[in-house]
Write a protein that binds this ligand. Structure first.
Ligand SMILES: *Cc1c(COP(=O)(O)O)cnc(C)c1O
Length: 464
């Protein structure tokens, strides 16, 4: 009976809404979220009562709980976090982070109308792809260029345009899988092209391609191995030689570069990433690469190459389904522009900056983080600066380690696993890695403007 009486005293949703609390919540939060939150808290009180408890159930008493629920439901599901993993192009963490210029250009174009498909000088309909063509041509030396949703789409539309119902010759050593869902044989199948594998895992010769060419060959294809390396007794056919073969038989050569680097990284002793310019110079007819890997821009797929071929892609109705939006255009054009000055690109495009940053700069940042942590923490954790290795990630520069410095944290009150979890569940989340019995915060992928927030998060996770 006591339970029945208590249940009848539970406030109604509408009562809560009409209360001064409710009115205040409605001023700054979405109505549906406020109602859902009120309902949730009332339901949980009902359960408590049915379980025999005697909670306070006046509106005043449950207001704080409702506010907490409102806050939880109002938070976006997609949110920023701090990447302390040391993996620069981390597909799970959104790949490349945009440069300030790219962000500014997105903001400038997103909130108003733009000339996305309008030719201002003629006062007529224009082409979406025309804005970005010239800058890509200038930077890569290619005759023509077009951009689509991502590199998988770039490969797909090339196959669809030139090899539907035809054979595409690929070396067995290059049948890559990238991040689970992109696999060359599967993309081939989806496009209606027929994969013609040649050579072996470790060695493929020009004669293997030559012997496979037939009247139904649509493309000769090279694929950047991206996330693995074949070492030892190996041989692959350089693109120049494939180009020569392609010319003899009048078959276009496509090179799926994956990362699409525009700056030669060899002066930073980072080997194995051909630049787009090089591959174009070597005569590839089509080259495809990602916008958000080493290029350091937004998600996009860039196709450069011979004008005649790009024009054919332009006519493929599939292009409409793979087209990129104005925000991506804005970010991509600004990012490409930055490459007009290599010095600036190295400093201002975050991906390239993180990749080529002198280790001393990283050590300094680690030192700053450590010093700030030590100011607030003393006995609660054992902390040091330790040398470590970062990774490029995103299928770029596989097996290449980048010397870095990390702050190692070994908490005394909680386990290292608990600390990792608290950081991950914090606000903003911090993604760090555990090595042995310490947590490593890699300073390479921490942005200078994130240092204060990071320090606050680590302190909160330890003291909490
Ligand atoms: C990453 C990669 C892709 C897929 O690119 P997305 O931009 O992720 O679609 C395709 N091919 C190669 C060789 C890659 O490295």
């Amino acid at each position: 009976m006591r339970i029945q009486q208590k249940l009848s005293q539970l406030p109604q949703v509408n009562e809560c809404l009409m209360s001064p609390h409710g009115q205040k919540w409605l001023e700054s939060h979405y109505r549906a979220i406020v109602i859902r939150s009120i309902r949730e808290v009332i339901d949980s009180k009902r359960k408590e009562i049915l379980a025999g408890a005697d909670p306070e159930i006046t509106i005043d008493a449950i207001a704080a709980e409702i506010e907490k629920a409102i806050k939880k439901h109002s938070a976006y599901k997609l949110r920023p976090l701090i990447n302390a993993s040391g993996v620069i192009i981390h597909t799970n963490l959104g790949r490349a982070i945009l440069s300030d210029r790219a962000i500014e250009n997105v903001v400038a174009n997103a909130g108003g109308y733009s000339n996305l498909e309008y030719d201002i000088s003629k006062g007529k309909r224009g082409k979406r792809y025309s804005h970005i063509k010239d800058i890509i041509r200038e930077l890569t030396g290619a005759e023509d260029a077009i951009v689509v949703n991502n590199n998988a789409a770039a490969v797909l539309i090339c196959l669809d345009t030139f090899a539907k119902g035809k054979e595409v010759i690929v070396s067995r050593g290059e049948l890559v899988e990238i991040g689970g869902s992109f696999r060359i044989p599967a993309v081939m199948q989806a496009s209606g092209a027929v994969l013609r594998e040649v050579g072996t895992t470790n060695k493929t010769h020009l004669s293997d391609y030559e012997n496979a060419v037939c009247g139904n060959t649509g493309l000769l294809m090279k694929v950047h191995q991206s996330n693995y390396k074949v070492i030892g007794f190996t041989e692959e056919v350089p693109v120049e030689k494939l180009v020569k073969l392609g010319k003899d038989f009048n078959i276009p050569v496509i090179d799926d570069l994956g990362s699409g680097c525009l700056i030669s990284l060899e002066k930073f002793r980072l080997y194995g990433e051909p630049t787009v310019q090089e591959v174009i110079r070597q005569g590839a007819d089509l080259v495809t690469f990602s916008g958000d890997k080493l290029l350091g821009g937004p998600q996009a797929g860039i196709i450069v190459g011979k004008e005649k071929l790009i024009q054919e892609i332009q006519k493929n109705p599939m292009l409409r389904a793979l087209r990129i939006d104005k925000m991506t255009f804005a970010a991509l054009e600004a990012t490409f522009m930055q490459y007009l000055d290599e010095e600036k690109a190295l400093k201002e495009i975050p991906t390239i900056r993180m990749l080529t940053q002198p280790v001393e700069v990283i050590r300094k940042r680690a030192g700053k983080i450590l010093a700030s942590l030590k100011k607030s923490l003393s006995g609660q954790a054992d902390m040091n600066i330790v040398p470590d290795q970062s990774r490029a990630g995103g299928g770029s520069l596989p097996e290449t380690d980048f010397p870095t410095y990390a702050v190692s944290v070994k908490p005394s009150g909680i386990s290292v696993n608990a600390l990792e979890e608290r950081l991950r569940l914090g606000n903003p989340p911090v993604i760090a890695r555990i090595q042995g019995d310490v947590l490593l915060v890699d300073a390479r992928t921490i942005q200078d403007r994130e240092v204060r927030t990071l320090v606050r998060c680590v302190i909160a996770a330890i003291i909490n």
